[in-house]
Design a binder for this molecule. Structure first.
Ligand SMILES: Nc1nc2c(ncn2[C@@H]2O[C@H](COP(=O)(O)OP(=O)(O)OP(=O)(O)O)[C@@H](O)[C@H]2O)c(=O)[nH]1
Ligand SMILES: [Mg+2]
Length: 441
């Protein structure tokens, strides 16, 4: 069944809800629905009982009847009370932004981990909707909000949902343990991890394919990637690193999803360097950058070195970006100028431009990644016993040797090495006495 929906939003402050509604419309289309129209209201506060004010609700009811809409989507997450009241007053299906996002995730999940994570998020969301309510879920019927692994569970009661949540949580714990093992192996291999991050549809998977030769699905739709993919990749000077493609962010990303996707998002947490891909052709790219940075910060990973990449340069000069025309008062004013882009992230290590589609700028990106990898390597001085040549080989392979001296007590090496190797060498580290210079009395 193709849902035919009307989008609604309340504007409380000065911020225009236009871009947010445009994005909601994109979410609805990605979920397979048709958007018939939209309705906004300027209010000081969102109405606690039924989101819109009473008069506006009447207007909406008329609009539903006139257009033959099958449902209404609200741009904010509704409280259970708002949800119930609106459903009663409007006598139609009520959806919110969170339900659309969960539905898209459910449609796109492929791996066992992805499917389990989405189901967990959906069940937690449904459970929160059921708070203090004895209602059966069957009244929701089919369509958006009911699709996905949780579909069969719609007829079950709260206890059933809780049991299922417990089973899924256990399953995910096991998957997480496997991930941890993989991570330990990677750390042992001393290869740095670089993770791609950014708003959904910014071009992360396209960059992944371009840099690593992977064949990850890159599509012009929201949340095409839900599963992480990691590939061994080579930098400009053949430095090895692991490149990871991850799930994208969006404004008002449901917290149930963030919680359920903890294992997937941990790939960002354990990365050494983040590459933030920005679709700079999108008029709202500055706000989206802020969303990404604040999401990273809320995940406790805002302090990693970030390379900011302004992608889709080929579209920057295009004056006829149809999807965003409505929210573009003056295109030139909003798009970054080619010669003047300021890094938005405070700790942005480097800022560069890219056209991931053609690969233009790819060389610079690899160089920037390599630069950051080199910065990760602290300078150490170690005195290695002569019978432990393996360590010297490791230093040669993974670090940059600055000097070697063959002394009576061992081999004194000064080198820049990755932090895991520095840890491994801990017992051999010495203060570099030669560097300190002669003592003067
Ligand atoms: N014109 C143009 N399109 C690009 C460029 N880079 C990526 N795209 C397109 O942007 C769309 C989204 O690309 P993806 O790589 O799937 O984006 P993503 O960030 O992985 O998106 P999600 O996984 O859905 O969050 C695709 O249609 C790409 O072909 C670029 O430099 N120029
Ligand atoms: Mg992707």
């Amino acid at each position: 069944m193709c849902e035919r929906l009307i989008l609604i939003a309340v504007q409380t402050g000065k911020t225009d809800v236009g871009p947010s509604l445009a994005e909601l419309s994109e979410l609805a289309a990605t979920a397979g629905a048709e958007v018939l129209g939209q309705l906004t209201q300027q209010l000081e506060h969102i109405h606690p009982g039924h989101y819109l004010g009473s008069g506006k609700l009447d207007e909406l009811k008329e609009m539903i009847a006139a257009t033959g809409a099958t449902g209404v989507v609200c741009d904010d997450e509704l409280s259970p009370a708002q949800y119930r009241n609106m459903e009663k007053i409007l006598e139609t299906k009520i959806l919110d932004r969170t339900m659309l996002i969960l539905d898209i995730f459910a449609g796109n999940a492929k791996s066992a981990e992805g499917i389990a994570q989405v189901e967990l998020a959906q069940l937690n969301y449904r459970l929160s909707r059921l708070a203090g309510q004895g209602t059966s879920l069957s009244r929701l019927g089919g369509g958006i909000g009911t699709r996905g692994p949780g579909e069969k569970k719609l007829e079950t009661d709260r206890r059933h949902i809780r049991n299922r949540i417990a089973v899924l949580s256990r399953e995910l714990k096991e998957i997480e343990a496997r991930r941890r093992l993989l991570r330990t192996k990677r750390q042992r291999a001393l290869v740095p991890v670089v993770a791609l991050t950014g708003y959904t549809n910014a071009g992360k998977s396209t960059v992944m394919n371009m840099l690593s030769g992977a064949d990850v699905l890159a599509e012009n739709r929201l949340f095409a990637t839900l599963d992480t993919t990691t590939r061994l990749t080579y930098g400009a000077n053949n430095t090895q690193f692991l490149l990871t493609d991850t799930v994208g962010f969006i404004k008002k990303l449901p917290h149930q999803l963030i919680k359920a996707f903890r294992a997937t998002l941990s790939e960002l947490k354990y990365a050494d360097i983040l590459v933030h891909i920005v679709d700079a052709s999108n008029a709202a790219h500055r706000q989206r950058t802020d969303v990404v940075i604040s999401t990273l910060t809320s995940l406790g990973i805002g302090d990693k070195p970030i390379i900011t990449v302004y992608n889709k340069t080929d579209l920057w000069q295009d004056k006829s970006l149809p999807r965003h025309d409505e929210i573009l008062p003056r295109h030139d004013e909003i798009l970054p100028r080619h010669d003047e882009i300021l890094p938005r992230a405070e700790n942005s290590a480097a800022t560069l431009r890219l056209c991931a589609l053609t690969g233009a700028g790819g060389g610079e990106l690899l160089e920037a990644i390599e630069n950051e990898i080199n910065k990760l390597k602290p300078e150490i001085t170690a005195l290695l016993p002569y019978n432990n040549g393996g360590l010297l080989n490791l230093i040669h392979k993974n670090g940059a040797v600055l000097s070697i001296e063959y002394k009576e007590s061992g081999i004194q090496v000064c080198a820049c090495v990755p932090p895991p190797l520095a840890n491994k060498l801990e017992q051999f580290l010495i203060d570099d006495v030669d560097k300190a210079g002669p003592l003067t009395l």
